[in-house]
Design a protein around this ligand. Structure first.
Ligand code: ATP
Ligand code: MG
Ligand code: FE
Length: 337
């Protein structure tokens, strides 16, 4: 079964053709990042406009690269939540129009379920159940994935997402948006010599907090500039990255041990981070757990991951009508279909 998938939840306009949820026939991503860099972050109105301009071309490119015509497509998958509402609406309305014109089934996909499904594209042997850490620009969750379309969030950040902390701390350090990959590179050159907090949160063993860590970086930079002291930016990045790794690894390993999970999966844009990949590899190996991570090309936003999840949603009977609407915020557990 071939699915044409569309993704437009943030600042990437993406289309892909995926076969049976596992084989990528094409994967086209048009990024707007250079334009948003001028403003230090994603400007929602600009994102929506650029999606409108790009969505037709990106979709044609995905069909062309896959070598399939629209007639050979069995269903259309689209990200409908969560994300920037105006950005999501472009993909949703385009997919609705395409589904109506071609009389194909329309399958709505939750963006975070898509991030998790990115792992199915690279790991043929991976199937639920497993324990998943989703670390992205807007979310940081520890999730029990009991089946392809069943999820239970058991831990989450109480404030900033890990990716958001990277981007905000990075901005203060003078990196351009998105700063995650730049901090990662600098961290590999530096030594973690600065002391930064690993905040604990009351109430849940698996919940996390990143805003205090970000503020600690801002305070450190402000104090140094008031005193006219030099900061070694590579060392600060290494210290920040170590703190993020400590927090994520501590919660994820506790959840794995206490739920008895043997298979661990990581997903989302921040799963590209070299420190997190190395740390979780070592921690899982020490405990005899099997770890799956997406290849770097599927960590960030793309439509192939949406096509993978759309296949499993379709198999479980999920269909959208022409009433489908975009939803800015929606828990991963919930499905209205
Ligand atoms: P969400 O998926 O929660 O809706 P999003 O789609 O904006 O949010 P993603 O595209 O999944 O987020 O991930 C983008 C985030 O990943 C950004 O915050 C970016 O800085 C971060 N990121 C990318 N590469 C790295 C890296 N190597 N190290 C740390 N962070 C990274
Ligand atoms: Mg993006
Ligand atoms: Fe994302």
């Amino acid at each position: 079964m071939k699915i044409l998938a569309i993704e437009s939840s943030c600042d990437e306009t993406a289309a892909a053709v995926v076969e049976d949820g596992r084989r990528v026939c094409s994967n086209i991503v048009a990024s707007q990042v250079e334009e948003h860099q001028l403003y230090g972050g994603v400007v929602p109105e600009i994102a929506s406009r650029r999606h409108c301009e790009a969505v037709v071309g990106v979709t044609n490119e995905a069909l062309k690269e896959a070598g399939v015509s629209m007639e050979e497509i069995d269903a259309i998958g689209v990200t409908y939540a969560p994300g920037l509402i105006g950005a999501l609406l472009v993909g949703v309305n385009f997919a609705k129009g395409l589904a109506m014109a071609t009389n194909k089934p329309l399958v709505p996909v939750h963006h975070l379920r898509g991030h998790i499904a990115a792992n199915y594209l690279a790991h043929a042997d991976l199937k639920p159940p497993f324990l998943c850490l989703v670390v992205s620009g807007g979310h940081t969750h520890i999730i029990e994935v009991t089946d392809y379309t069943s999820f239970r969030v058991i831990g989450r950040t109480r404030d900033d997402a890990a990716g958001e902390a990277y981007d905000k701390a990075g901005r203060a350090m003078g990196f351009s948006y998105p700063a995650g990959v730049e901090i990662d590179r600098a961290a590999q050159r530096g030594t973690p010599t600065y002391t930064l907090p690993r905040p604990h949160v009351e109430g849940s063993r698996y919940d996390m907090s990143f805003s205090g860590l970000k503020t600690a970086v801002l305070n450190l930079l402000n104090r140094a500039s008031q005193k006219g002291e030099e900061i070694n930016r590579d060392d600060l990045c290494a210290s920040f990255q170590l703190a993020v790794c400590d927090i994520l690894s501590d919660r994820l390993m506790a959840a794995a041990e206490e739920t008895g999970a043997k298979t661990i999966v990581v997903a989302g844009g921040v799963s590209a981070n070299s420190g997190i990949r190395a740390r979780l590899s070592a921690e899982c190996e020490a405990r005899g757990m099997k770890l799956y991570m997406p290849p770097l090309c599927y960590c960030g936003d793309n439509a192939a991951m949406i096509g993978a999840q759309a296949y499993y949603e379709y198999q479980s009977g999920v269909r959208a009508s022409m009433e489908l609407n975009a939803v800015a915020s929606l828990p991963i557990e919930e499905s209205a279909f």
